[in-house]
Design a protein around this ligand. Sequence first.
Ligand code: G6P
Length: 607
Amino acid sequence: MCGIVGYLGRQEAAPLVLEGLTRLEHRGYDSAGVAVLGRGGLKVAKQAGRVRDLTDVLPKRFTGTVGIGHTRWATHGPATDANAHPHADESGTVAVVHNGILDNAAGLRAELADAGVTLASDTDTEVLAHLVARSDADTLEGKVRDALARVVGTYGLAVVHADFPDRIVVARNGSPLIIGVGDKEMFVASDLAAIVRHTTTVAMLDDGELATVTASGFTTMRHTDLSATGKSASQVDVDASAYDAGDHESFMHKEMLEQPQTARAVLRGRLDDRFGTAHLGGLDMDARAMRAVRRVKILGCGSAYYVGQMGAALIEELARIPADAEAASEFRYRDPVIEPDTLYVAVSQSGETIDTLLAVQEIRRKGGRCVGLVNVVGSAIARECDGGIYLHAGPEVAVASTKALTNMFLGFALLALQLGRVRDLSIADGKRLIAGLERLPEQIAEILAGEADLVEVAHSLAEAESLFFIGRVRGYPAAREGAQKFKEISYRHAEAYPTSELKHGPLALISPDVPTVALVPADELTERNVAALHEISARSGPLVVVTHEGVDLGEVRARRIVVPKNEPELDPILLTIPLQLLAYHAAQHLGHDIDKPRNLAKSVTVE
Ligand code: G6P
């Protein structure tokens, strides 16, 4: 969603800010803008549309060595030029870029209008520019503090002021804000991706912090009283090439192919073959606390929710603890009963998804224990949880989650193993699972190596307006995730159903124009699954069957995709990998922008 980039130094700010904004494009946005401070004072350029459109129309003399920029995802008001950030006050002295939502903006807008201020946009953010301009504090920090004292809501923000041309003031409450330290130049950003090519020496603001950034350094303080918090920058361990698609035609392709390595990374150092268990130090739970868990409730959104369903199945099977997953967005709105002996698990790649974050806060407010399965280290959800398992998938840029999703599954497998081993899971079964987990990265590589064989079938699926994804028990969440991936990037109507439910409704839709992708692993349900395939085949429904070697499909006419067999509990993730490839090649065939699907954002930071 919205993105912030800022620069101060000796170079022209606008090109660097705009370049940084393009690095945030994958997060989703509908308008962009930039403000620079230079000899000519403060200048703002902004419009609806893409960053490159803005670059094309930038005035010649748009110069200055201090700049802030923004990509906006419309919330308060439509995607228009006027609503794009930066927002300025009436005199054009102050410019503000803001991520997050101000809950009391309507009241403040009315108050400003009553005081004679002409509001130029429909946004909540604009009030900040006016409040900063109207403060009579004699420093920019004081003016920003005064403005923040009036607002309620979430923000990551950056402010420039023509009377204080040597600085950018930034602040954070619930929306990430990073300061990057360069060589006699400084950066600010809402996401490391925007600045990682320039510096990996960064400081991350905490909620309630404000910072002054000048070309030579920065100082952090509390935004209530401007007392120092003394934060310093440190080196982040991140490889800038992770933010580059390299030779791949898209980030999604690159990230799919990284899965064998990233899968190894999440398992590394966490498997204990001697005792057939897992070690998850970050959970901060001893055996007694683990044994006290009577129920597991998993919360996430989108793909994280579907992999949560896979995780719930793993936990029930291995630990024999009742477990289920729910969409975090629904959970927190139904006034959930929070039980003291339930272990809540929040799953999120970004660690920023607002629905998941607010669900975690609700759980903790009511005294529940919530652990996180999160990819982004130090993200809001990771900080909010009582402990957790970092996913170590590296930065994921494509909107459609692949490598992070796989590591979420593996994180659940580790959790299920540890919960199981403090209960009734035998050491032999623990060792069996560990051997299976160790085989997985190689098996994922094997499926990915067969990519070329799937291209043609993906193209044929792309021709259908509508298709089904079906699976049973362990396979059903994989079918849901497969349908999600397919619809996200191909824009085809893809619906997941439990195979057992086919004859209770959707069979009415089966025809030669409606293909079905069926997951039929070799397990205790194979025969039942094959019976359902007969029903589809009898109605001339085209079939693609993801299955294991040796599964007898009888008379069923189907295109088979064979995946390697692992332990049955771990099959779901191997069934998922070909579905990623099918969605990818269908979307590519249709000519879509795979990394930036229409209407979607990588991190959904608004409700
Ligand atoms: C958005 C994305 C989905 C993603 C979901 C959860 O809706 O479009 O692909 O699965 O957010 O994201 P998270 O960062 O919490 O895993």
